[in-house]
Ligand binder design. Structure first.
Ligand code: GDP
Ligand code: MN
Length: 405
């Protein structure tokens, strides 16, 4: 018979073994993902609270933001290496919440769960609590919510609003896509000239634009932000196509006026061959599809880009026509950057209605666990401008492209 102290030691031993067994069984029966695991780690408790970030306090009422971190950024896995000063950015309405939730899920599953980059949400109206709650729960990095200052989402004083209203009516009757929409025009002008100047964006160097209802089809096995920085890339795309001419009849005239007023801004070794088939006389309507973009914010904030935007803005085509931010960004990238500074990401498989970029190359698709149908890849089809991009840059098309054209 064991006496007092020995019995207590035995009880304690039983209890310890029992607890260890319980932990073993519960963890092995239900695998816990790495990111949640780090949330459960007490040393990270302080990071999971929701608090007002320093950026909002310094910017007054223009922006409200929530800071929310899961785990310790930059600390998670050996694979991720050094992070870049970068953020995702989404312009959205409160009503877009479930469509953007789907996009975030895709971006997180395929990439950001390993990196925890921040996400900035911008809106011309205040985001409601539901939008903030749902998106904050899905993003693995910090989330920030900003209201767009009125002067960035309204008519400049030089615009004749009656003339603009008449244009909307005419374009609506002609059934030009978004031709009758006033808000779409403010959106395009905002994406062209202002999002990168929002107070919440000022602290970042690179951005990745994400729209509602997009999909990513392959794992992203590297950090595209880091790729951009290490290779001095300023702008990147996955899909390119021809613009609908009726939305931009005088855009190229406006661009030519800018080029003659600012020849000093036009880069040597630019991509004019991507934009024009006659050395710059006319625009061939090729543009990068800007609902996906990874780019350099400091380039957009440069004197070259701002002079370009202001020149176009004064010509009024955002309201008197329906200039899209895609041709506006693309022409800027084509003329103000050296051609090597624009990058095509074959590895990033992407869908935005109605086009798909599914990487060319079967082994690549298998390695990256892609679930897109390669026959839906738009790159080598007739209405894509990506072949032209390859030609202008003397790039060899990936093996297997013939089967997809
Ligand atoms: P599409 O891709 O050209 O058909 O245009 P979308 O409807 O996707 O709009 C482009 C982006 O701007 C999306 O991220 C939308 O959520 C956003 N957006 C469009 N209109 C508005 C608007 O009036 N207010 C806000 N806050 N966002 C808008
Ligand atoms: Mn869209």
């Amino acid at each position: 018979m064991s006496s007092g102290p020995v019995r207590y030691v035995r009880y304690l031993l039983f209890a310890a073994v029992g607890l260890a067994l319980f932990f073993f069984v519960s963890r092995s029966a239900l695998p816990i993902p790495e990111t949640i695991g780090s949330k459960l780690n007490p040393s990270n408790y302080k990071d999971t609270s929701t608090s007002t970030s320093s950026s909002s306090s310094s910017h007054g009422n223009a922006a409200t933001s929530k800071e929310h971190t899961n785990g310790v950024p930059g600390n998670g896995s050996a694979l991720q290496g050094e992070r870049v000063n970068a953020t995702f950015v989404t312009l959205a309405r409160n009503s877009d919440v479930w469509d953007i939730a789907k996009s975030i899920r895709s971006v997180e599953d395929r990439f950001n769960r390993n990196y925890h980059y921040d996400w900035v949400f911008l809106n011309d109206k205040e985001f409601d609590d539901n939008f903030k709650k749902i998106t904050t729960a899905l993003v693995s990095g910090n989330t920030h919510y900003g209201v767009i200052p009125k002067e960035h989402w309204s008519y400049p004083e030089w615009i004749d609003q009656d003339k603009a209203a008449k244009v909307r009516e005419d374009m609506g009757q002609k059934k030009i896509i978004y031709g009758d929409s006033e808000s779409y025009r403010h959106m395009c002008r905002y994406e062209s000239g202002f999002f990168f100047r929002h107070p919440l964006m000022l602290n970042y160097e690179y951005y990745w634009r994400v729209e509602p209802s997009i999909e990513l089809f392959c794992d992203i096995s590297f950090d595209p932000f880091r790729f951009m920085k290490e290779n001095d890339k300023k702008y990147s795309f996955v899909l390119s196509l021809y613009e609908y001419f009726d939305t931009i009849p005088t855009l190229w005239d406006s661009v030519k006026k800018f080029m003659s007023n600012h020849p000093e801004h036009i880069a040597k070794g630019n991509s004019m061959g991507f934009l024009s088939d006659d050395g710059g006389k006319t625009y061939n309507k090729c543009h990068f599809w800007s609902n996906f973009e990874i780019g350099h914010l400091e380039w957009l904030r440069s004197k070259e880009y701002l002079d370009y935007f202001e020149s176009l803005d004064h010509d009024g085509g955002f309201f008197y026509e329906r200039w899209g931010d895609a041709p506006v960004h693309s022409i800027a990238a084509g003329l103000l950057l050296k051609k090597e500074q624009i990058h095509f990401f074959n590895e990033i498989a992407y869908y935005h209605i109605p086009f798909t970029h599914c990487p060319t190359g079967e082994q690549l698709r298998l390695d990256l666990k892609c679930h897109c149908n390669p026959s839906e890849n738009f790159d080598w089809k007739g209405y894509s401008c990506t072949s032209r991009f390859f030609h202008v840059n003397d790039m060899k098309k990936p093996a297997g492209y013939e089967d997809e054209s």
